[in-house]
Design a protein around this ligand. Structure first.
Ligand code: PLP
Length: 414
C-alpha cells in the first residue's frame, strides 16, 4: 500500500552513536557530517531580530535575497547570474528533489559513490536510475568514457546527471579541464545536470569552479547556507537555474514549490541576506574554515596512509572516502567481507563510527567507508585572534585524533 522509503542512512548512524554514548561508552563520531562552525555573528543576530517577520515570503524567495545570492555567486564562482535565475528553498535537498520531479520521465545518472539521497529521490520521482561507476585510481571521478557508456543505454525523453563536487563522500573536486571533457559529452547527448555545489565555498584553496561557468545552458546549481555558513538546521537552499531555462521549466519548478513547501522560512531568508554579502568579514570567515579543514584533512590523510588505508588527500568540504582493499586479506581472516560488517566491527571494538561505502551506492565488497572530520567545536578556532597553526588545530581536535589513532591501531593490529 505504501511506498518503501527507508530512513536516510546517515541519520540512522547518528542515532546509533547517540545510543552508545547514552550507555556511557566512548564514541568517535566520524560518520555523521555537519559543519562544526557557527554562522557569523551578524547573521545570527539578524535571525534573532527577524522573528516577528511571520508572513509568508514569495515562493521564489525574498527579492533582496535572490539579488544578494546572485551577486554573491557571480562574485565567488566566475558567473554572471541574474536574480531571476535564483530560487530559494528550505534546503538544497528539497531543491534537488523538486528539480528531479519537474522532469517527467527521465534517465537519472548517479555516480557511484555519491550522496545517499540522490537515488531514493530519483526513485520517488519514478525515474530510471543508472549508476556511473568510478574507481579509486580515477579519484572517484566520472570520466567521459564511463559516462558515454552509460548514456548509450538511456532511452527516456530526458537525461539528467547529478554531479557533486567538492564531493560527499569523497572530498574531491573536478578541475576545469575535467569538467570541459565531460561537457563535450553533455552537449552531444543533451544532458541536463543538477550540479550539487553545496560544498563549493569550502573548496580548501577557495578555487571552486561552478559547472554553470562552462555549461550554463543546462545546469541547475544547488547550494545553500548549510555547509559554508554552518546553518544546516536553518534550512536555506539556493538554486541557480539554467540561464536559458524555458518559461515552462521555470513555471514547473515554481509550481511544485508552491504546492509543497510554499517558501523558505522568512526570518532565515532575512538572515541569509546578511550572509550573502560581498564583505571582507565573510571572506575571512570562509578562509579560516578552509584553512582548518585543510589542515585536518591532510593530517588525517597522512595518518591513514601510514596505516595502509588508501585515501586521496581532500580538496574541499569535510569528508574522506577511505578504502580498506589493501588489507582485504587480513579482514577476511576476521570474517569481514563487507563494508557494513567492517563498520560494525570498528564501532564495537574501537567506538569509531564510520559510514559504509554501500550507503553511497558502492559495492559492499569494495570495503570503503566515509570518514567525516568534523567532530569538534569549531567556534574557539574561528574566534582565535591569529590564524591557528597546525599544532593548535590538532590540539583542539584531540578527541577526534584519538579516534583516528584508534582506527589506525586497530588496522595495525590485524
Ligand atoms: N548535498 C550533499 C552532497 C550533502 O552532503 C547535503 C547535506 O548533507 C545536501 C546536499 C543537503 O543540504 P541541505 O542542508 O542544503 O538540504
Amino acid at each position: 500500500m505504501f511506498k518503501h522509503v527507508s530512513q536516510s542512512q546517515t541519520l540512522l548512524l547518528n542515532e546509533q552513536s547517540r545510543q552508545r554514548q547514552q550507555e556511557g561508552q566512548e564514541v568517535f563520531k566520524l560518520g555523521f557530517g555537519q559543519s562544526p562552525f557557527l554562522p557569523p555573528l551578524n547573521v545570527r543576530k539578524s535571525l534573532q531580530q527577524s522573528s516577528l517577520r511571520k508572513d509568508y515570503a514569495p515562493v521564489r524567495g525574498l527579492p533582496d535575497l535572490c539579488q544578494a545570492a546572485a551577486v554573491f555567486h557571480s562574485h565567488y564562482h566566475h558567473l554572471d547570474i541574474d536574480a531571476s535565475q535564483i530560487l530559494i528553498s528550505p534546503g538544497s535537498k528539497i531543491a534537488i528533489y523538486n528539480t528531479l520531479l519537474a522532469f517527467d520521465q527521465a534517465d537519472v545518472l548517479i555516480p557511484a559513490p555519491s550522496w545517499v539521497s540522490y537515488a531514493p529521490q530519483a526513485a520517488l520521482c519514478g525515474h530510471q536510475i543508472h549508476y556511473v561507476p568510478t574507481s579509486y585510481e580515477d579519484r572517484w571521478r566520472v570520466t567521459a568514457e564511463s559516462l558515454e557508456q552509460i548514456l548509450q543505454e538511456c532511452n527516456a525523453p530526458n537525461i539528467l546527471l547529478i554531479l557533486n563536487y567538492p564531493g560527499n563522500p569523497d572530498g574531491l573536486t573536478y578541475d576545469p579541464e575535467e569538467l570541459k571533457a565531460l561537457i563535450d559529452i553533455f552537449r552531444k547527448y543533451g544532458v541536463w545536470v543538477i550540479s550539487d555545489e553545496i560544498y563549493g565555498l569550502l573548496h580548501h584553496q577557495g578555487k571552486h569552479h561552478s559547472l554553470a561557468e562552462f555549461y550554463p545552458e543546462r545546469t541547475f546549481v544547488t547550494t545553500g547556507l548549510s555547509k559554508w555558513c554552518g546553518a544546516g538546521g536553518w534550512r536555506l537552499g539556493v538554486e541557480i537555474l539554467p540561464a536559458e531555462l524555458s518559461q515552462e521549466g521555470v513555471q514547473s519548478l515554481i509550481g511544485i514549490a508552491s504546492e509543497t513547501y510554499s517558501c523558505a522560512p522568512t526570518p532565515v531568508q532575512i538572515a541569509a541576506i546578511e550572509a550573502y554579502q560581498i564583505d571582507p568579514a565573510i571572506d575571512q570567515y570562509l578562509s579560516r574554515q578552509r584553512h582548518i579543514l585543510q589542515v585536518l584533512g591532510n593530517k588525517i590523510t597522512d595518518q591513514l596512509t601510514t596505516a595502509n588505508i588508501r585515501v586521496h588527500a581532500p580538496e574541499g568540504g569535510f569528508y574522506l572516502l577511505i578504502d580498506f582493499t589493501a588489507i582485504k586479506a587480513a579482514l577476511q581472516r576476521l570474517d569481514i567481507h563487507s563494508d557494513i560488517a567492517l563498520c560494525q566491527r570498528l564501532m564495537q571494538e574501537t567506538g569509531v563510527a564510520l559510514l559504509p561505502g554501500s550507503a553511497f551506492g558502492m559495492q559492499p565488497e569494495q570495503l570503503a567507508a566515509r570518514l567525516a572530520y568534523v567532530d569538534f567545536d569549531g567556534e574557539p578556532l574561528m574566534q582565535a585572534t591569529d590564524t591557528p597553526n597546525q599544532q593548535e588545530i590538532q590540539d583542539h581536535c584531540a578527541l577526534m585524533f584519538r579516534g583516528i589513532t584508534a582506527l589506525c591501531q586497530w588496522v595495525n593490529n590485524l
